[in-house]
Structures are given as structure tokens and as C-alpha cells.
Design a protein around this ligand. Structure first.
Ligand code: PFF
Length: 449
């Protein structure tokens, strides 16, 4: 490479962009609906286990690979293990990123529709039943969801084509703190609802009779998806880190803030679910049906609703930008594509697949594979299968194959805050705990055993 690699300018920028990648629809839309389907408290507990015991060490492993090589996901393995099959993780990551970008953009498109609906007062509809049928009518319609998906992807193109630092970093710095503030306001509002106690007990009281191998698989998928882990997104982002960026601390902060946002989203959604007598297991539409019902009951409802959906849209944008960066860095590093051309290719593919995902709620809802529509298939395949496989390969690679001195050097910080036992702990997780847990969950969750 002749050109100097772009870098994130400040420490705050590093935190804001990695948290910006992690925090998104995965926390506010996917977590509540998955927890709702899988029985609440027990799902949350297993998710936390996967985030902190497996997720944080694997995040560190991606950071080590990315910063050490300063390359994209495929290039990193090409340099670290030339001629060996480890690089397959690079290809899996690129495939997963495109699958996720496609279905994720559909939901991000829903947020755009809801900004519009909030501005126009939801067409005068205010009853809960009316809001439900309005969402159903919208999601199954033939052109509107596809139109918003395409608009969302076009916005991605313009931000991505401007480059790493200017586009991504500036936006994340402003948006993330604002999102936290507004989530806390909504939490306070939900906690004052009549169904608050029931909602909180659903979310926090684990009922282990609900835990099946498929709940474990779902929780593992959720942890990986939420941390943007296992597909090389964090390898790519950390290739833009400076040598001084503290990897362990960044991983810890990222996982903690990510978890906090998911829990806040749960505290917002479940009290409302029980207050309005709704079904927690409603699936992907849960959050979009509940939220407007919550806003309608707040003073100044239009303002809250517009603000919230704008923030949700921006949080989705910082996540889709990070997943697109995987493919863009790959094409620019490996094939010398210009940034614009690489961005264009990535977005065009996502536009085609995204349109199909958008239509899979309506016109092509009968196109199914193993009973899953395209939208659900892309989600299941990427989150529950490809990301954990990628995570397992990455953890085994850093735990067993990568030179120990590289691991130490990357994890150590100059200020002495990283102790040798911390590095030992991360290594043990990467060598034994992560591969064993992921392997076991696969064996049981997929019914292989
Ligand atoms: N972590 C994001 C979320 O929770 O919304 C989703 C995501 C972003 C997945 C980037 C994968 C990725 F590479």
C-alpha cells in the first residue's frame, strides 16, 4: 500500500465509532423481539454470558488482528497466515456483511417511514388496534418498504463515499450521547406505566424452564450480532486505530454501553407490552407496533416520536456504515478499487437483496427456505450461523496460532493499566472457553447432537 491508511482522529472518536457500530437496531429492535420470543429473563442472562465471557475476548482478538496488520479482513489473514485456510473467515465475513446490510436496511427503512408518519400524526390513527393494522398494511405493501430501503441505502452511499474520518466519526460523536439521553427519558416514562412491574419481571426474572438449545443459539447469535462480532467489522475498524488506542478498555466500554442500550430498550418496551395487553412474542414487528403506542400517550407526542425515530435511523446508519466498510476496505485494499467504486458495488448488491427482503413481508412472502422468508433467512443465517463460526475461527487463530508476543504487545498499554493476568484471562477465553462454548451451542442448537 502506498497511501497512508486513514485513522480515527481522537480517542472519543474511537469509542463513538465502535459503539456506533455496536449500538443500532440490534439493541433497540432485535433484542426486545428476540427476548420476547425466547421468554425474557433467561434469554437476557444467557445473552449477557455470551457478551462478556465470549464476546469481549473475541472483540479483543479482532482488534489485535486489525491493528497489527492495518488491513481489511481478507488481507489481514493473507498477511498473518499466507497460503493457509484461515482466510476463509474473511470471505464468510464479507458474505455475512452483505446479508446483514440487506435485511437491516429494510428495518432502517421502516424507521424512515415512521419519521414520516410521526410528522403527519400517523394519519390521525391513535388506537392501538389502528396502529397495528397500519404497520401491517405498510410492511406488506408492495412498494413503500422497498422504496425506503433504497433511500436508506442511497444515504449510506453518500456518507461512505466521503471517507472514513470525516463521514463516520463526526456523525457518531454527536449522535451517540443524544441517543442515551432520549432512551433514559423514555425509560422513565415506561416505568410509570401500569404494566411496569409485569414488564420488568418478564425482562429480568429468568425462567429457566424456557431455556432450550435453540434459545441458547438465539442468544449467542444476538450477542455476536449486537457486538458486530465475527465478521471482521472490528478487524476493519481497528485497522484505523492508532498505536496508542487501548484495546482492552475499548472492548470493555463497547460491550458495556452496548448491553446498557439493549437493557434500556427492554425497559422501554416490555412495560408497554403488558400495559397494552400485547403479546411479547410478536416477532420483528413488536417494537414498531409498541413504540408509537407509547408516544401517543406522552405529552408532546409528535416531538418525541420524530426525535426517537430520527435517532434510531442515525443509530442504524452508523451500524450499516461499519458493516459496509468490511467490503469497501476489502475491495480498495485488495483490488485497488477507488473508494467510490467499491462503495457503489457494495450498495448496488445490497439494493437488489434489500428490495427482495423488503418484499418478503408481502409480495414474495411465500418464497421460503426451511420455513423462513428471505428476510428471516438472511437474519438467521448471518447471526446464528456465520457470525459464531467466524468468532470461533478468530478466537482459535488468535489463541493458538498468532505469535504470543503480538497478542501481548497489542493488548499492553503504556500507562500500565493492563495487568499480565488480564492478558492471561483473555488468552484462556480465546483458547478454550470461546471455542468450546460456541461448538457446544452449535451441536445442540442445530440439533447436530
Ligand atoms: N451491531 C449492530 C446492531 O446491533 O445493530 C449490527 C451490526 C453492525 C452487525 C455491524 C454486524 C456488523 F458488522
Amino acid at each position: 500500500m502506498t497511501e497512508k491508511r486513514a485513522q480515527f482522529a481522537t480517542r472519543l472518536g474511537v469509542i463513538a465509532t465502535t459503539v456506533g457500530s455496536a449500538v443500532g437496531l440490534g439493541n433497540i429492535w432485535r433484542f426486545p423481539f428476540e427476548a420476547g420470543v425466547h421468554g425474557g429473563g433467561a434469554f437476557l442472562l444467557i445473552d449477557l454470558f455470551f457478551i462478556f465471557i465470549i464476546g469481549v475476548p473475541v472483540v479483543c482478538a479482532e482488534f489485535i488482528i486489525g491493528r497489527h496488520t492495518g488491513l481489511n479482513v481478507r488481507g489481514a489473514f493473507r498477511v498473518l497466515a499466507p497460503g493457509k485456510p484461515w482466510g476463509i473467515v474473511g470471505y464468510l465475513g464479507i458474505i455475512a456483511s452483505i446479508l446483514i446490510l440487506s435485511f437491516y436496511s429494510v428495518v432502517a427503512g421502516w424507521t424512515l417511514e415512521y419519521i414520516y408518519q410521526s410528522l403527519t400524526g400517523f394519519g390521525g390513527v391513535s388506537s392501538i388496534a389502528g396502529l397495528h393494522s397500519q404497520f401491517d398494511g405498510f410492511a406488506t405493501s408492495n412498494w413503500r418498504p422497498a422504496m425506503w430501503t433504497l433511500i436508506f441505502l442511497a444515504i449510506n452511499y453518500f456518507i461512505l463515499a466521503r471517507g472514513v474520518q470525516k463521514g463516520i466519526e463526526k456523525m457518531s460523536n454527536i449522535m451517540m450521547p443524544l441517543l442515551f439521553v432520549i432512551l433514559i427519558v423514555f425509560c422513565i416514562n415506561s416505568l410509570r406505566m401500569p404494566g411496569a412491574a409485569e414488564g420488568l419481571s418478564f425482562l429480568f426474572k429468568p425462567d429457566f424452564s424456557q431455556v432450550t438449545p435453540s434459545v441458547m443459539l438465539g442468544a449467542m447469535g444476538q450477542a455476536f450480532f449486537s457486538l458486530s462480532l465475527g465478521l471482521g467489522c472490528l478487524i476493519t475498524y481497528s485497522s484505523y486505530f492508532k498505536q496508542e488506542t487501548p484495546l482492552l478498555r475499548t472492548a470493555g466500554i463497547m460491550a458495556s454501553l452496548d448491553t446498557l442500550v439493549a437493557i434500556l430498550a427492554g425497559i422501554i418496551i416490555f412495560p408497554a407490552v403488558f400495559t397494552f395487553g400485547m403479546e411479547p412474542a410478536a416477532g420483528p414487528k413488536l417494537v414498531f407496533e409498541i413504540l408509537p403506542s407509547i408516544f401517543m400517550r406522552m405529552p408532546g407526542s409528535m416531538l418525541w416520536s420524530v426525535l426517537f425515530f430520527i435517532l434510531l435511523f442515525l443509530a442504524s446508519l452508523s451500524s450499516t456504515i461499519s458493516m459496509s466498510e468490511i467490503t469497501i476496505a476489502y475491495m480498495t485494499d485488495e483490488f485497488g478499487f477507488s473508494r467510490r467504486k467499491a462503495t457503489g458495488c457494495n450498495i448496488v448488491v445490497a439494493m437488489v437483496l434489500g428490495t427482495l427482503c423488503a418484499l418478503s413481508f408481502g409480495m414474495i412472502s411465500d418464497w421460503t427456505v426451511c420455513g423462513l422468508t428471505l428476510f428471516n433467512l438472511f437474519d438467521y443465517l448471518s447471526s446464528n450461523i456465520i457470525l459464531p463460526i467466524g468468532g470461533m475461527i478468530i478466537s482459535v487463530f488468535v489463541g493458538w496460532v498468532l505469535d504470543r508476543s503480538v497478542v501481548r504487545r497489542e493488548l499492553m498499554t503504556d500507562d500500565g493499566s493492563v495487568r499480565p493476568w488480564m492478558i492471561r484471562l483473555v488468552t484462556i477465553c480465546l483458547r478454550y472457553i470461546a471455542p468450546a462454548c460456541i461448538g457446544l451451542v452449535f451441536l445442540f442448537g442445530l440439533g447436530l447432537w
